[in-house]
Design a protein around this ligand. Sequence first.
Ligand code: SF4
Length: 405
Amino acid sequence: MRTKKIQCYGCALLCDDVYIKLTKDGVVENTINSCFRGNGFIKNYLSESRLQQAVQKQSGLEILLSHEEVVSNLKEELLKASSIKFYGLGAISYQDQLQVLNVARKLYEEKKTIQIDKISENNDVLLSPSLTGIGQGINNADVFIFWNVDPTHSHPKLFGKLLFSRGMFRLSGKEMKKFILIQKQESDLTRLKDILIDNSTQSSSQLVTGLIHLLEGKSLDEISIGNLSKDNLRELKTFLQATEYGIIICNTPIQDHISITDLNLLMEKLNTYVKGRFSLLALPSMSNDFGLTSALFMTFGEEIASISPKSQDPADLAIIFGGEYLRDEFNPPQINFPEKKVILFDNFKSSFSSKASVTIPYSIPGIEANGTAIRLDGINLNLHKWNDPPGEVKSISEIFQSLLN
Ligand code: SF4
């Protein structure tokens, strides 16, 4: 039995404090310090239902394909299609993203219509002010505002790291840490709130206006912030004014919860009226969404706008990268793939693979393939291979590299 430290690729927190215990045959017996989500992600590679070869559907039959047949099938389908839409690219490693986008770029130069789903989701993070790191959240933050977000399932260890952090100690040695929750419905965080703002009847703009009025010292009688009473408003004002290092935490796409204009305005006012400063921690839905933003700039540069989906018209072909993207039981994607032809990269059969003409398994980043990914606070981390993929399974980079040869 030996123990090995690994980088978990189960969500964009990319925890590097996770260990696996391996039997003498090199099989994972258990994980140490991973959350339920990470544990499931890591142990997936052992699953008996894991695909070991690509499966093609033909006249109701399932035919197993070799690597060469996969490459020739992909080449043929890409040649036939005049429009191609890529889904789920945020779930794969940076090296895989770059290789897929190199192929997409080549197709684009051949005058095919290329669309990348959710391309704009993370760009709004880049427009946001004062981003912060997880380390700052753990070491310095004293006030957290959770804006319509509950990371307990999407980024399970994040809240633990913040809750049991060193926090901010006053001169007296007393720990000051406040949790302000803005939410439309109860979540697993609700019981840990210091202030709970129910914003189910207020728009985010109205909420921002109320918060700004509170900071500017307007009479409490004239301020409306969710369901807060006058006493609650007074308490909130005290928390905010005393903040030394505050963090607003929200999901991407940010614009689903608050406009970037309102967010910038709120940040500006907070940083004018509070004792210290406020910054932002955005939580992407996929493990390497921020890597995708970087890979897109590398391959398409200023032409990114031309590959951003402009209509809901189905493309001729959908290429979907599954993995966590399709199997996130806590945040199932509300996606219908309207394309008639679907090629799916996934390691398991599912309701999605039943609609795909071909399902192609691939090496799992951080387990069976090396790579890099960008953590939710912008830190670039290496993913190290520690196991061989089964059968003929190749990495996405290897498969897409073959398409360029
Ligand atoms: S929080 Fe995310 S990265 Fe960390 S162990 Fe859980 S799934 Fe893995």
